[in-house]
Write a protein that binds this ligand. Structure first.
Ligand code: F6R
Length: 240
């Protein structure tokens, strides 16, 4: 991977937003892979200015994951988060923005349908990734197969505690999710992984320099030919 160490989140947001904007201006039918959580926010904040005046009517986007059993209208459903942080500020066509279906009615077919939608779009051009403190990407928790495709997973206690800040109580964080698999993520043409803060240092070191192992799912990025890792000094602290 190409590792870029930046002074702060704003610098990371500017760097990655420049790359996304360059891509979208060159190819109006770009397919973006979008992450949720805190990490991609500086990118999303920097994008509208860079894409001002660009034709975004054909851009498609695919979210990495969704909670299972959370009402899509719930403010912390990833459907709501993507709508608020990406679709509205950029003025994307909501029909071209996809989030896995975590509803009880849809769940049996949701993984297969999502894979088909990504394939029908021609695959993902640029996939934004955060990383969990337990080394997950998407919600592929430790032990996930490198060949996995979009499916239901159980969130670890660690991930539920990490994400409790978005809810009133840790008990309110759903126990299950539906996530793009590691195989799905590895099929994107360019992976851009961002991480900030000392809490991510161990996971980042494992992902970039550690053995390639299902125990640290983000280490799967080492199998991909085009990866950019954009991190601050604190998140880089474990690198040699
Ligand atoms: C979000 C996702 C997760 C997060 C990771 C880090 O769609 O798939 O892998 O990127 O949990 O979360 P933050 O950015 O909140 O630290």
């Amino acid at each position: 991977a190409e590792v870029v160490i930046v002074p702060d989140r704003q610098a990371a947001g500017a760097l990655v937003a420049d790359e996304v904007a360059r891509l979208v201006r060159a190819r109006p039918d770009t397919v973006l892979g979008v992450a949720t959580g805190s990490t991609p926010l500086p990118v999303y904040e920097a994008l509208p200015e860079r894409l001002a005046g660009a034709d975004l009517s054909r851009v498609q986007a695919f979210a990495l994951d969704e909670y299972v059993g959370l009402d899509p209208q719930h403010p912390e459903s990833y459907r709501s988060v993507i709508q608020r942080e990406v679709v509205e500020p950029l003025g994307l066509d909501p029909r071209r923005v996809h989030v896995p279906d975590g509803s009880a009615e849809g769940i049996a077919e949701a993984g297969e349908k999502y894979e088909q939608a990504i394939a029908a779009a021609g695959g993902i051009d640029l996939q934004l990734l955060g990383i969990g403190t337990d080394g997950h990407i998407g919600f592929n928790e430790p032990g996930s197969s490198f060949a996995s495709r979009t499916r239901v997973k159980t969130l670890t206690r660690q991930t539920r505690e990490d994400n409790a800040r978005f809810f009133d109580r840790v008990e309110d964080v759903p126990r299950h999710c539906i996530t793009q698999g590691l195989g799905t993520i590895l099929a994107a043409r360019h992976l851009v992984l961002l991480a900030f803060g000392a809490g991510k240092a161990e996971a980042v070191a494992g992902a970039v320099e550690g053995p390639v192992t299902a125990s640290l799912p983000a280490s799967a990025i080492q199998l991909h030919p085009r990866v950019t890792v954009v991190i601050d000094e604190e998140a880089a602290a474990g690198l040699r």
